[in-house]
Design a protein. Structure first.
Length: 166
């Protein structure tokens, strides 16, 4: 952890006059979510001080939790939405399932799903599978169809004359 501890302490919120602790929880730096946030930041700015990435990863998880990784990935891509079919998810690695294998109780699934053996999708990419080759071919076919629909039909004799000249 670059000399930092395995947890980042929570911070109390100073706005409560009664002295109740209403601040942020401590951040566990040994989780996959923290490692994914740190890796995204380090890959984006390899020349920055590593301690800055530690603090940045803490902030991402403190503000938005695991879902903050999706926001971070989008922000690093210039604010554009990230299509995880073409860009590998930083949290699950592109397989679409939650890599921490949470139980239904931890995820808050409805009781009717607890015995169905259903998968829990990745909280960052929403369960999209990283398959750029398959989705790329599908996208080209879709665009070809749009182009064919947009082109006006050529007059019957004109096409034959153009082909003879070539």
């Amino acid at each position: 952890m670059l000399g930092e501890g395995p947890t980042a302490p929570g911070r109390p919120d100073g706005s409560d006059l009664n002295g109740w602790f209403t601040g942020t929880p401590e951040i566990d730096r040994t989780t996959l979510a923290w490692a994914a946030a740190f890796t995204l930041l380090a890959d984006h700015q390899p020349d920055a001080r590593p301690l800055a990435h530690v603090v940045g990863a803490d902030a991402v998880l403190r503000e938005e939790g695991v879902r903050g990784i999706a926001t971070l990935q989008s922000n690093l891509a210039g604010g554009a939405p990230v299509d995880h079919r073409f860009t590998r998810c930083a949290y699950c690695g592109g397989h679409g399932d939650d890599p921490t294998f949470p139980t239904c109780e931890e995820r808050g699934c409805l009781p009717k799903y607890e015995f169905a053996g259903h998968d829990h999708g990745c909280p960052v990419c929403g369960g999209e599978m990283w398959e750029p080759a398959w989705y790329g071919e599908q996208q080209i076919r879709y665009c070809d169809g749009l182009l064919a629909d947009a082109m006006p039909p050529a007059p019957p004799g004109r096409l034959a004359r153009l082909l003879r000249r070539a």
